[in-house]
Write a protein that binds this ligand. Structure first.
Ligand code: URC
Length: 307
């Protein structure tokens, strides 16, 4: 045969599942976008079209919805673990499952004071506004033996309006950038962190608490680092997570430097004492790095857009 099949995977992508849990009149929402990718003994379907080993992608979609009912959605990670385990252990030809999940957060709408005793009090129990901040993501991979859980977030925009400098860099004949001793530092955080969980049910991290704590440490490090470069801030954000969260061995960040340029107001006879900026959207510096617990191997892909 002049050709052979290389890496292949299949499944239903972007299953949008919303699960309401009713605690009396008080409702809880989990809103996920779940993508299933299966791989294994799939040579024949590609070579000859025999579907004997193929669990339909339609079935993988149905499984997502059925599991939302049967198991509920405690956390995106827990849900992904159920699904990955199911596909690999229930179908002999399927050797690996990769479940990717995006989670959209909702928060309760507060009741008005006037109405809180009547309709308003009810609204608090079942009315929500979608949170506009970041999107939470996770990826679970299981091959029948080994688990890999990588969680993270994207599109979390943060800014320090001072305590950022950038100077002392290399200058060649093309360098025009002026050294900055008090600049804005802003970025849209895309981050991933890899858990060292090995599949032991007894040692399962508390996924929800872990996420909240990682985000807290990351933001605190961003705010509290007196920055001489975005690279330095990035490293501090990762190191803060590794040093405070024993369940995590590796962190990777992709941080666009959202440049804010001081506007020249001299033509108008005005001084600009670090007050008026032009927020440029492109091009942007793109600073990316992995921070590892000493002795651990890097496994998060370098390009986070592929995760
Ligand atoms: O924090 C920064 N890191 C850089 O590498 C860089 N390069 C640049 O032009 N501005 C900045 N800022």
């Amino acid at each position: 045969m002049p050709t052979i099949l290389g890496q292949n995977q299949y499944g239903k992508a972007e299953n949008r599942v919303v699960r309401i849990t009713r605690d009396g009149a008080t409702h809880h929402i989990k809103d996920l976008n779940v993508s299933v990718a299966l791989s294994g003994d799939m040579e024949e379907v590609h070579y000859s079209g025999s579907n004997a080993n193929v669990l339909p992608t339609d079935t993988t979609k149905n499984t997502v919805y059925a599991f939302a009912k049967e198991y509920g959605i405690e956390s995106a990670e827990q849900f992904g673990i159920h699904l990955a385990r199911h596909f690999v252990t229930s179908q002999e030809p399927i050797k690996q499952a990769r479940i990717r999940i995006e989670e959209y957060a909702w928060e309760r709408i507060e009741a008005s004071d006037a109405n809180s005793k009547f309709i308003g009090a009810d609204a608090v129990k079942h009315s929500f506004v979608r949170k506009g901040q970041e999107t939470r993501v996770t990826q679970i991979t299981f091959d029948g033996e080994n688990w890999e859980v990588i969680s993270g977030l994207k599109d979390l925009v943060v800014m320090n309006s001072t305590n950022s400098e950038f100077w002392g860099y290399v200058k060649d004949k093309y360098t025009t950038l002026k050294e900055a001793y008090d600049r804005i530092l802003a970025t849209q955080v895309s981050g991933r962190w890899r858990f060292n969980w090995s599949g032991d049910e007894q040692k399962m991290p508390n996924w929800e608490k872990s996420y909240d704590q990682v985000k807290k440490h990351m933001l605190q490090a961003f705010a509290e680092t007196y920055s001489l470069s975005l690279q330095q801030t990035l490293y501090q954000m990762g190191a803060r997570i590794i040093n405070n969260r024993s369940e995590i061995d590796e962190v990777r960040f992709s941080l666009p430097n959202k440049h804010h340029f001081l506007v020249d107001l001299e033509p108008f006879g005005l001084e600009n004492d670090n007050e008026v900026y032009f927020a440029a959207d492109r091009p942007y510096g793109l600073i990316e790095a992995t921070i590892l617990r000493d002795g651990c191997e890097p496994r998060i892909p370098v390009d986070l857009t592929n995760l």
